[in-house]
Design a protein around this ligand. Structure first.
Ligand code: V47
Ligand code: SF4
Length: 346
Protein backbone atom coordinates (compact mmCIF):
# COMPACT_ATOMS: atom_id res chain seq x y z
CA UNK A 1 0.00 0.00 0.00
CA UNK A 2 1.34 3.45 -0.82
CA UNK A 3 1.97 6.01 1.84
CA UNK A 4 -0.98 8.16 2.96
CA UNK A 5 -0.73 11.87 2.25
CA UNK A 6 -2.09 14.34 4.80
CA UNK A 7 -5.07 14.98 2.49
CA UNK A 8 -5.88 11.27 2.15
CA UNK A 9 -5.53 10.74 5.89
CA UNK A 10 -7.80 13.70 6.63
CA UNK A 11 -10.39 12.36 4.27
CA UNK A 12 -10.36 8.99 6.04
CA UNK A 13 -10.31 10.60 9.49
CA UNK A 14 -13.25 12.87 8.74
CA UNK A 15 -15.40 10.67 6.50
CA UNK A 16 -14.74 6.93 6.86
CA UNK A 17 -17.20 5.08 9.10
CA UNK A 18 -15.45 4.29 12.40
CA UNK A 19 -15.88 0.56 11.85
CA UNK A 20 -14.13 0.69 8.45
CA UNK A 21 -11.35 2.93 9.72
CA UNK A 22 -10.75 0.64 12.72
CA UNK A 23 -10.68 -2.43 10.47
CA UNK A 24 -8.08 -0.85 8.18
CA UNK A 25 -5.93 0.17 11.14
CA UNK A 26 -6.31 -3.23 12.78
CA UNK A 27 -5.19 -4.83 9.55
CA UNK A 28 -2.07 -2.61 9.57
CA UNK A 29 -1.45 -3.52 13.22
CA UNK A 30 -1.92 -7.26 12.63
CA UNK A 31 0.37 -7.13 9.61
CA UNK A 32 3.12 -5.99 12.01
CA UNK A 33 2.28 -7.77 15.24
CA UNK A 34 -0.46 -10.31 14.63
CA UNK A 35 -2.62 -10.71 17.75
CA UNK A 36 0.22 -9.61 20.07
CA UNK A 37 -0.25 -6.68 22.44
CA UNK A 38 2.78 -5.36 24.30
CA UNK A 39 2.74 -4.20 27.91
CA UNK A 40 5.33 -3.23 30.49
CA UNK A 41 5.63 -3.76 34.23
CA UNK A 42 6.70 -0.22 35.12
CA UNK A 43 6.51 2.64 37.54
CA UNK A 44 6.22 6.31 36.83
CA UNK A 45 8.42 8.49 39.02
CA UNK A 46 7.53 12.20 38.82
CA UNK A 47 10.40 13.50 40.91
CA UNK A 48 9.14 17.09 41.28
CA UNK A 49 6.10 19.17 40.35
CA UNK A 50 7.97 22.48 40.61
CA UNK A 51 8.41 23.91 37.13
CA UNK A 52 9.70 27.15 35.67
CA UNK A 53 7.25 26.86 32.75
CA UNK A 54 3.49 27.43 32.85
CA UNK A 55 1.95 25.32 30.10
CA UNK A 56 -1.75 26.18 29.90
CA UNK A 57 -2.86 22.52 29.95
CA UNK A 58 -0.79 21.46 32.95
CA UNK A 59 -2.54 20.88 36.29
CA UNK A 60 0.46 19.05 37.73
CA UNK A 61 3.07 21.79 38.00
CA UNK A 62 3.59 24.40 40.72
CA UNK A 63 5.35 27.66 39.95
CA UNK A 64 6.35 28.37 43.55
CA UNK A 65 8.54 25.86 45.29
CA UNK A 66 7.10 26.97 48.68
CA UNK A 67 3.52 26.27 47.58
CA UNK A 68 1.91 23.84 50.10
CA UNK A 69 1.37 21.32 47.29
CA UNK A 70 4.85 21.64 45.74
CA UNK A 71 7.21 18.70 46.20
CA UNK A 72 10.67 17.61 45.17
CA UNK A 73 11.99 14.14 45.95
CA UNK A 74 15.48 13.34 47.16
CA UNK A 75 17.48 10.60 45.48
CA UNK A 76 16.75 8.42 48.51
CA UNK A 77 12.97 8.76 47.99
CA UNK A 78 13.38 8.02 44.28
CA UNK A 79 15.44 4.91 45.10
CA UNK A 80 12.75 3.76 47.55
CA UNK A 81 10.01 4.23 44.95
CA UNK A 82 12.12 2.34 42.42
CA UNK A 83 12.69 -0.49 44.89
CA UNK A 84 8.95 -0.87 45.59
CA UNK A 85 8.37 -1.25 41.86
CA UNK A 86 11.26 -3.62 41.27
CA UNK A 87 9.99 -5.87 44.08
CA UNK A 88 6.77 -6.09 42.01
CA UNK A 89 8.75 -7.06 38.91
CA UNK A 90 9.17 -3.66 37.21
CA UNK A 91 11.24 -3.74 34.03
CA UNK A 92 11.01 0.01 33.36
CA UNK A 93 11.16 3.21 35.40
CA UNK A 94 9.52 6.11 33.57
CA UNK A 95 11.09 9.17 35.19
CA UNK A 96 9.94 12.70 34.31
CA UNK A 97 9.29 15.89 36.25
CA UNK A 98 8.98 19.65 36.21
CA UNK A 99 11.90 21.95 35.39
CA UNK A 100 13.01 22.76 38.94
CA UNK A 101 14.89 26.07 39.19
CA UNK A 102 17.31 24.78 41.87
CA UNK A 103 18.36 21.39 40.51
CA UNK A 104 21.74 21.36 38.83
CA UNK A 105 22.49 18.90 36.03
CA UNK A 106 24.41 16.72 38.50
CA UNK A 107 21.11 16.05 40.36
CA UNK A 108 19.82 14.25 37.26
CA UNK A 109 23.06 12.47 36.40
CA UNK A 110 23.43 11.19 39.96
CA UNK A 111 19.77 10.13 40.02
CA UNK A 112 20.41 7.85 37.06
CA UNK A 113 23.79 6.55 38.23
CA UNK A 114 22.43 5.69 41.70
CA UNK A 115 19.45 3.89 40.18
CA UNK A 116 21.72 2.07 37.73
CA UNK A 117 24.13 1.00 40.51
CA UNK A 118 21.34 -0.30 42.79
CA UNK A 119 19.15 -1.83 40.05
CA UNK A 120 21.44 -2.90 37.20
CA UNK A 121 18.83 -4.49 34.95
CA UNK A 122 15.78 -2.20 35.09
CA UNK A 123 15.38 0.07 32.05
CA UNK A 124 15.64 3.79 32.82
CA UNK A 125 13.31 5.65 30.45
CA UNK A 126 13.87 9.16 31.64
CA UNK A 127 13.53 12.88 30.86
CA UNK A 128 11.51 14.35 28.03
CA UNK A 129 13.04 16.37 25.19
CA UNK A 130 11.93 19.46 27.13
CA UNK A 131 13.98 18.40 30.15
CA UNK A 132 17.00 17.64 27.93
CA UNK A 133 16.81 21.11 26.36
CA UNK A 134 16.54 22.62 29.85
CA UNK A 135 19.67 20.72 30.97
CA UNK A 136 21.53 22.05 27.92
CA UNK A 137 20.36 25.56 28.76
CA UNK A 138 21.35 25.53 32.44
CA UNK A 139 24.75 23.98 31.72
CA UNK A 140 25.36 25.97 28.51
CA UNK A 141 26.52 22.69 26.98
CA UNK A 142 25.64 21.08 23.65
CA UNK A 143 22.67 18.74 23.72
CA UNK A 144 24.81 15.94 22.38
CA UNK A 145 27.10 16.08 25.45
CA UNK A 146 24.09 16.10 27.77
CA UNK A 147 22.65 13.00 26.09
CA UNK A 148 25.98 11.16 26.14
CA UNK A 149 26.55 11.92 29.83
CA UNK A 150 23.05 10.72 30.73
CA UNK A 151 23.58 7.60 28.62
CA UNK A 152 26.85 6.93 30.44
CA UNK A 153 24.96 7.31 33.75
CA UNK A 154 22.37 4.71 32.72
CA UNK A 155 19.77 6.28 30.43
CA UNK A 156 18.17 3.56 28.27
CA UNK A 157 15.45 5.43 26.38
CA UNK A 158 13.63 8.74 26.21
CA UNK A 159 9.89 9.07 26.85
CA UNK A 160 7.78 10.96 24.35
CA UNK A 161 6.39 13.78 26.49
CA UNK A 162 6.51 17.48 25.75
CA UNK A 163 5.59 17.19 22.07
CA UNK A 164 2.04 18.53 22.61
CA UNK A 165 1.16 19.73 19.09
CA UNK A 166 4.30 20.36 17.06
CA UNK A 167 2.60 22.90 14.79
CA UNK A 168 4.20 26.08 16.09
CA UNK A 169 1.08 28.29 15.88
CA UNK A 170 -0.80 25.90 18.20
CA UNK A 171 2.23 25.55 20.46
CA UNK A 172 2.47 29.33 20.70
CA UNK A 173 -1.08 29.40 22.07
CA UNK A 174 -0.98 26.49 24.52
CA UNK A 175 2.65 26.53 25.73
CA UNK A 176 4.38 29.64 24.39
CA UNK A 177 7.41 29.37 26.71
CA UNK A 178 8.14 25.75 25.96
CA UNK A 179 10.85 24.55 23.57
CA UNK A 180 9.85 25.03 19.94
CA UNK A 181 8.72 22.17 17.74
CA UNK A 182 12.09 22.32 15.99
CA UNK A 183 13.91 22.04 19.33
CA UNK A 184 11.74 19.08 20.41
CA UNK A 185 12.44 17.28 17.13
CA UNK A 186 16.11 18.07 17.27
CA UNK A 187 16.43 16.70 20.81
CA UNK A 188 14.96 13.39 19.62
CA UNK A 189 17.26 13.44 16.59
CA UNK A 190 20.23 13.87 18.96
CA UNK A 191 19.00 11.00 21.16
CA UNK A 192 18.63 8.73 18.13
CA UNK A 193 22.10 9.70 16.89
CA UNK A 194 23.43 8.59 20.29
CA UNK A 195 21.97 5.13 19.51
CA UNK A 196 19.10 5.45 21.98
CA UNK A 197 15.43 5.02 21.13
CA UNK A 198 12.56 7.28 22.13
CA UNK A 199 8.79 7.66 21.93
CA UNK A 200 6.66 10.49 20.61
CA UNK A 201 3.41 11.82 22.05
CA UNK A 202 0.67 14.14 20.77
CA UNK A 203 -1.62 16.00 23.15
CA UNK A 204 -4.99 16.24 21.42
CA UNK A 205 -8.56 17.28 22.15
CA UNK A 206 -8.12 21.00 22.85
CA UNK A 207 -7.77 23.85 20.30
CA UNK A 208 -6.08 21.84 17.56
CA UNK A 209 -7.81 20.76 14.35
CA UNK A 210 -7.56 17.38 12.56
CA UNK A 211 -5.17 19.12 10.11
CA UNK A 212 -2.87 20.04 13.00
CA UNK A 213 -2.88 16.43 14.23
CA UNK A 214 -1.85 15.21 10.79
CA UNK A 215 0.81 17.90 10.40
CA UNK A 216 2.18 16.82 13.78
CA UNK A 217 2.31 13.21 12.59
CA UNK A 218 3.97 14.27 9.34
CA UNK A 219 6.84 15.85 11.30
CA UNK A 220 7.26 12.64 13.28
CA UNK A 221 7.09 10.46 10.17
CA UNK A 222 9.75 12.60 8.49
CA UNK A 223 12.10 12.35 11.47
CA UNK A 224 11.51 8.61 11.71
CA UNK A 225 12.42 8.28 8.00
CA UNK A 226 15.68 10.00 8.85
CA UNK A 227 16.66 8.23 12.12
CA UNK A 228 14.42 5.19 12.67
CA UNK A 229 14.78 5.89 16.39
CA UNK A 230 11.14 5.97 17.55
CA UNK A 231 9.50 2.95 19.12
CA UNK A 232 5.99 4.19 19.81
CA UNK A 233 3.54 6.97 19.12
CA UNK A 234 1.27 7.84 22.03
CA UNK A 235 -1.84 9.96 21.45
CA UNK A 236 -2.43 11.75 24.78
CA UNK A 237 -6.04 12.63 25.56
CA UNK A 238 -6.31 16.16 26.94
CA UNK A 239 -7.84 16.31 30.43
CA UNK A 240 -9.43 19.69 31.17
CA UNK A 241 -9.70 19.89 34.98
CA UNK A 242 -7.70 22.38 37.05
CA UNK A 243 -5.90 23.98 34.12
CA UNK A 244 -6.51 27.19 32.18
CA UNK A 245 -6.74 25.53 28.76
CA UNK A 246 -9.42 23.22 30.14
CA UNK A 247 -11.38 26.16 31.54
CA UNK A 248 -11.27 27.66 28.05
CA UNK A 249 -12.19 24.64 25.90
CA UNK A 250 -13.87 22.16 28.30
CA UNK A 251 -14.02 18.45 27.59
CA UNK A 252 -14.32 18.03 23.85
CA UNK A 253 -12.84 14.62 23.13
CA UNK A 254 -15.11 11.62 22.71
CA UNK A 255 -14.31 7.90 22.64
CA UNK A 256 -14.97 7.99 18.88
CA UNK A 257 -12.49 10.84 18.39
CA UNK A 258 -9.90 8.90 20.42
CA UNK A 259 -10.40 5.73 18.36
CA UNK A 260 -10.27 7.64 15.07
CA UNK A 261 -7.04 9.29 16.19
CA UNK A 262 -5.47 5.96 17.16
CA UNK A 263 -6.57 4.41 13.87
CA UNK A 264 -5.36 7.22 11.65
CA UNK A 265 -2.02 7.34 13.48
CA UNK A 266 -1.52 3.62 12.80
CA UNK A 267 -2.24 4.16 9.12
CA UNK A 268 -0.27 7.38 8.70
CA UNK A 269 2.79 6.54 10.82
CA UNK A 270 3.72 3.57 8.67
CA UNK A 271 7.32 3.68 9.92
CA UNK A 272 6.47 3.56 13.66
CA UNK A 273 6.63 0.08 15.18
CA UNK A 274 3.91 0.75 17.80
CA UNK A 275 0.90 2.89 18.61
CA UNK A 276 0.23 2.99 22.34
CA UNK A 277 -3.20 2.99 23.95
CA UNK A 278 -2.29 4.80 27.16
CA UNK A 279 -5.12 3.48 29.33
CA UNK A 280 -4.49 6.05 32.08
CA UNK A 281 -5.72 8.79 29.74
CA UNK A 282 -8.11 6.93 27.42
CA UNK A 283 -9.79 5.08 30.28
CA UNK A 284 -9.70 1.29 30.24
CA UNK A 285 -12.81 0.64 28.06
CA UNK A 286 -11.64 2.93 25.23
CA UNK A 287 -8.03 1.69 25.50
CA UNK A 288 -9.28 -1.87 25.02
CA UNK A 289 -11.27 -0.83 21.94
CA UNK A 290 -8.11 0.89 20.65
CA UNK A 291 -6.38 -2.51 20.68
CA UNK A 292 -8.75 -3.42 17.81
CA UNK A 293 -8.22 -0.10 16.02
CA UNK A 294 -4.47 -0.04 15.46
CA UNK A 295 -2.87 0.05 18.91
CA UNK A 296 -0.33 -2.66 19.73
CA UNK A 297 0.75 -1.49 23.19
CA UNK A 298 -1.13 -0.82 26.42
CA UNK A 299 1.83 0.77 28.25
CA UNK A 300 2.05 -0.34 31.79
CA UNK A 301 1.23 -1.05 35.38
CA UNK A 302 2.30 2.57 36.21
CA UNK A 303 1.73 2.26 40.03
CA UNK A 304 1.49 6.01 40.61
CA UNK A 305 0.30 8.53 37.99
CA UNK A 306 0.24 12.21 38.83
CA UNK A 307 0.12 14.33 35.65
CA UNK A 308 -3.24 13.23 34.22
CA UNK A 309 -4.84 12.61 37.60
CA UNK A 310 -4.04 16.20 38.58
CA UNK A 311 -6.13 17.16 35.52
CA UNK A 312 -9.13 15.01 36.42
CA UNK A 313 -8.46 11.49 35.08
CA UNK A 314 -10.92 8.99 36.54
CA UNK A 315 -8.91 5.86 35.68
CA UNK A 316 -7.08 4.04 38.50
CA UNK A 317 -3.51 5.28 39.17
CA UNK A 318 -2.07 1.85 38.48
CA UNK A 319 -2.81 -1.79 37.70
CA UNK A 320 -1.24 -5.11 38.65
CA UNK A 321 0.66 -7.18 36.09
CA UNK A 322 -1.96 -9.92 36.27
CA UNK A 323 -4.79 -7.41 35.74
CA UNK A 324 -3.17 -5.99 32.62
CA UNK A 325 -2.47 -9.48 31.21
CA UNK A 326 -6.05 -10.51 31.96
CA UNK A 327 -7.46 -7.44 30.17
CA UNK A 328 -5.50 -8.29 27.02
CA UNK A 329 -6.46 -11.98 27.14
CA UNK A 330 -10.13 -11.05 27.55
CA UNK A 331 -9.90 -9.25 24.19
CA UNK A 332 -8.72 -12.55 22.62
CA UNK A 333 -5.29 -10.96 22.15
CA UNK A 334 -1.86 -12.19 23.25
CA UNK A 335 -0.09 -10.25 26.03
CA UNK A 336 3.65 -9.82 25.46
CA UNK A 337 5.64 -8.41 28.34
CA UNK A 338 8.37 -5.98 27.28
CA UNK A 339 10.79 -3.45 28.73
CA UNK A 340 11.42 0.13 27.55
CA UNK A 341 13.67 -1.19 24.77
CA UNK A 342 10.97 -3.59 23.58
CA UNK A 343 12.98 -6.63 24.65
CA UNK A 344 10.36 -9.23 25.46
CA UNK A 345 9.95 -11.64 28.38
CA UNK A 346 7.41 -14.24 27.29
O1 V47 B 1 4.40 15.80 28.50
C1 V47 B 1 0.15 17.40 30.60
C2 V47 B 1 0.86 15.61 28.95
C3 V47 B 1 2.67 14.26 29.19
C4 V47 B 1 -1.99 17.09 30.53
O2 V47 B 1 6.85 7.90 26.29
C5 V47 B 1 -1.39 16.11 29.75
O3 V47 B 1 6.11 5.95 26.86
C6 V47 B 1 -3.45 15.22 29.23
O4 V47 B 1 4.44 11.92 27.99
N1 V47 B 1 -4.09 16.17 29.94
C7 V47 B 1 3.29 13.22 30.09
N2 V47 B 1 -2.11 15.18 29.10
C8 V47 B 1 2.85 11.81 29.71
C9 V47 B 1 3.74 11.21 28.67
C10 V47 B 1 3.77 9.75 28.46
C11 V47 B 1 2.81 8.94 29.03
C12 V47 B 1 2.89 7.57 28.84
C13 V47 B 1 3.91 6.99 28.14
C14 V47 B 1 4.88 7.81 27.59
C15 V47 B 1 6.02 7.19 26.86
C16 V47 B 1 4.82 9.20 27.73
O5 V47 B 1 1.32 14.46 29.59
C17 V47 B 1 3.22 15.65 29.20
C18 V47 B 1 2.09 16.43 28.55
O6 V47 B 1 2.18 16.37 27.16
N3 V47 B 1 -0.07 16.35 29.79
N4 V47 B 1 -1.03 17.86 31.06
C19 V47 B 1 -3.41 17.11 30.60
N5 V47 B 1 -4.07 18.07 31.28
FE1 SF4 C 1 6.24 22.10 33.35
FE2 SF4 C 1 5.82 19.89 31.88
FE3 SF4 C 1 3.78 21.01 33.24
FE4 SF4 C 1 4.78 22.27 31.11
S1 SF4 C 1 3.74 20.24 31.09
S2 SF4 C 1 4.31 23.22 33.11
S3 SF4 C 1 6.96 21.72 31.24
S4 SF4 C 1 5.62 20.08 34.13
Amino acid sequence: MSRLSIQEALDLFNNAPLEDLSKMANHAKEWRHGKSVYWVNNRQINYTNVCVLHCSFCAFSRIKKDSPTAYSWTHETILQKAEEAILKGAKELHIVGGLHPDHSFSYYVEMLSKLRARFPSVNLKAFTAVELCYFAKITQRPLKDIVLELKEAGLDALPGGGAEILVQSVRDEICPDKETAEEWLNAHRTVHQAALHSNATMLFGHIESPEHRLEHMQMLRDLQDETNGFFAFIPLVFHPEKNSLGRRVGNITTPEDILRTVAISRLFLDNFPHIKAYWIQMGIPTALKALHAGASDLDGTILEEKITHAAGASSPIGMSASQIRELILNESLIPIERNAKYETFN
